[in-house]
Design a protein around this ligand. Structure first.
Ligand code: GDP
Ligand code: IMO
Ligand code: MG
Length: 430
């Protein structure tokens, strides 16, 4: 059955958006299953650069229907802005084209205030969140005082639901963090103001997908963030609060198992991370500055959502093997190979050392990476600019060796390699 899942294998920003855009050409439905507007997906199509946070990147193709699943935390204000920006760019947004799960939780102004207060209180131990209210919104969901999109349909009870929600958050804001409480009436009025634009899009996407898959239509599920930011399987506690890994697509869209055809793991040719937390192959100094770029180029390593400089380092194959296992990845898509042009030698982390012991697999996953020192293999680099490569033979021999060595060490085929941010800057490997 035709359900393909696109998942990030690292700490996010692997370039998922650009591959979702590419793969959406062959899909009928594109469905976002986790996270919120902490995500930032940049897609270049000709002269246009789209920056998406909540709406699936596949919406750029006019034939697709875009769905936002119950696993997503929706800030209605951000969603409306994104809808308007897309319309200004010539993308059609209608209730038939963009459907939101009634069961998706809302991010409210109270969540934003709490995210900020909690990060402040963490001091040096801060997670470095995007301050988009993500953690508090998923906490409300689990603690059962969240607001769902379906609540917007129940006008009679809406004020009461908001009051219960805000009261819970205010308790934390004031007694734990000494922050200002939120006014439930104001929050309710603000959310009601958004309802006019949101309500026509609310639907039952689980049912839509069930019928579509049953009729043999193709569905592309889009994960935000990445495996190492997964709440259960990432570098806890320096993670996000949702399930970016492939199984999250089923829970986050309301589907049972048995559909998947392909799980496409998007991997950057090196490693990057925004925010705090362990990063064994992290580089500093000139090497890091070179990989990151100065910020002048749109693809330089600065966060799409927050503009923060990303931490960068060499590709970590121990963590990539882990991502393959956790997600059931069937193929890899490698991005930003062009950024590695011009190095004498490129390093890949093939194992770890702790004391006098060597590991090809971490004993407790990425839960505690402290004290593990990366073991590197050095691979000859290439000097050519490769942005015009479109076929395997167009790539320099050293770049091909880099790809083949990763495949050999991971045991999974790399099917797509991107050599620039544009839609067509891709080498498909058969
Ligand atoms: P996502 O969050 O996984 O969708 O990734 P982001 O969009 O946050 O970050 C990836 C950045 O790299 C974006 O600016 C893309 O336009 C850019 N990008 C993606 N693939 C390539 C590539 O192959 N080469 C270059 N130079 N840039 C790329
Ligand atoms: P995309 O979809 C990179 C990081 C934050 C922080 C941690 C928790 O563009 O790959 P949160 O706001 O989620 O509570 O922050 O997760 N983070 C991301 N890093 N790409 C993302 O999304 C991210 N979304 C969250 O920087 O370290
Ligand atoms: Mg991103």
């Amino acid at each position: 059955m035709p359900l393909d899942i696109v998942v990030g294998t690292q700490w996010g920003d692997e370039g998922k958006g650009r591959f979702v855009d590419l793969l959406a050409a062959g899909a009928d439905y594109v469905a976002r299953y986790n996270g919120g507007d902490n995500a930032g997906h940049t897609v270049n199509v000709g002269q246009q650069i789209f920056k998406l946070h909540l709406i699936p990147s596949g919406i750029i193709h006019p034939h697709t229907v875009a769905l936002i699943g119950n696993g997503v935390a929706v800030n209605p204000k951000v969603l409306i802005t994104e809808m308007e920006t897309l319309v200004e760019s010539g993308i059609e947004i209608s209730p038939e084209r963009l459907i939101l799960s009634y069961a998706a939780h809302m991010i409210t102004p109270a969540h934003l205030a709490l995210d900020e207060a909690q990060e402040k209180a963490r001091g040096n131990a801060k997670i470095g969140t995007t301050l988009r209210g993500i953690g508090p919104a998923y906490t409300s969901k689990v603690a059962r005082h969240g607001l769902r999109l379906v609540d917007m349909l129940n006008e009679a009870n809406f004020d009461h639901a908001v009051e219960v929600h805000v009261k819970e958050i205010n308790h934390q804001l004031t007694s734990l963090y000494g922050a200002e409480p939120q006014d439930p009436g104001k929050v309710a009025d603000e959310l009601k103001g958004y309802a006019v634009r949101i309500v026509p899009h609310i639907g039952d996407i689980s049912s839509t997908l069930y019928d579509a898959l049953g009729a043999g239509r193709r569905v592309l599920a889009e994960g935000a963030q990445g495996t190492l930011l997964d709440l259960d399987h990432g570098t806890y506690p320096f993670v996000t609060s949702s399930t970016p890994t492939a199984p999250g697509a089923l829970v986050g869209l309301g589907l049972g198992p048995g559909y998947e055809e392909r799980v496409i793991g998007v991997t950057k040719s090196f490693q990057s991370r925004v925010g705090s937390g362990p990063f064994p192959t992290e580089l500093s100094g000139d090497l890091a500055n070179r990989l990151r770029g100065t910020g002048e180029q749109p693809w330089d390593e600065f966060g799409t959502t927050t503009g923060r400089p990303r931490r960068v380092g060499w590709l970590d194959l121990v963590l990539l093997r882990y991502a393959v296992r956790i997600n059931g990845i069937t193929e890899l898509a490698l991005t930003k190979l062009d950024i590695l042009s011009g190095y004498e030698r490129i390093k890949i982390c093939i194992g770890y050392r702790q004391g006098d012991k060597e590991f090809s697999k971490l004993p407790f996953g990425p839960s505690d990476l402290s004290g593990f020192e990366p073991l590197y293999e050095e691979i000859p680099g290439w000097q050519e600019v490769i942005r015009d490569a479109r076929k395997w033979e167009d790539l320099p021999a050293e770049a091909r060796s880099y790809i083949l060595r990763i495949e050999e060490l991971i045991g999974i085929q790399i099917r797509l390699v991107s050599v620039g941010p544009e839609r067509e800057q891709v080498v498909e490997i058969s």
